[in-house]
Ligand binder design. Sequence first.
Ligand code: GAR
Length: 207
Amino acid sequence: MNIAVFASGRGSNLMAIINAIKEGRLNAKVALVISNNSNAGALEIARANGIDALHISRRQFASDEEYIQKLLHELKTRNIELIVLAGYMKKIPPEIVREYQNRILNIHPALLPAFGGPGMYGINVHKAVIDYGVKVTGVTVHIVDEEYDHGPIVMQRVVEVRDDDTPESLAERVLKVEHEIYPQAIELFVEGRVVISGRKVFIKDEN
Ligand code: GAR
């Protein structure tokens, strides 16, 4: 299965996906990486691994229409079947969400629906978690719909919040879990084991 990864930053989740493919834990091909940020580490990682890497930002286009057509063109010409958001800080245009309905995944560094929504990304999430005083946080992999951090949940894992955690120490432990479960969640799609029923996602047993 050809997948596209959208990433805005350093790209450690992209790296985890590439490693999982190399090690045979994920039967997919990253055929395209797109970033809204020309300096994104994710673009460098892609290029270093021989993956097409494009800087595409709304600002490069005169209209939403042209921007969306460009994204769709790049996705379609590479037969992309699944879009994976990995630290992508822009909202996916609704036209793309509709075109790739139930075929766009996002990873969020907390247990949604807590600590999600606009402005909740990266280290901000872990700061909010610590400030609120919750005892557990974690990782959520979910399907992208037209609302921010809202679509059906595919996988979640819990990470304990320690009394002496800083946003950075917590981010580090959460990130390790992200790297573990994102390739697993993607592989479930590749194997056709994901059944979506309204808000609920069921995973079919392995054959
Ligand atoms: C990850 O922690 C990811 O969960 C988070 O951004 C980081 C990207 O790191 N995403 C969000 O906060 C989305 N709301 P990476 O570039 O090293 O993969």
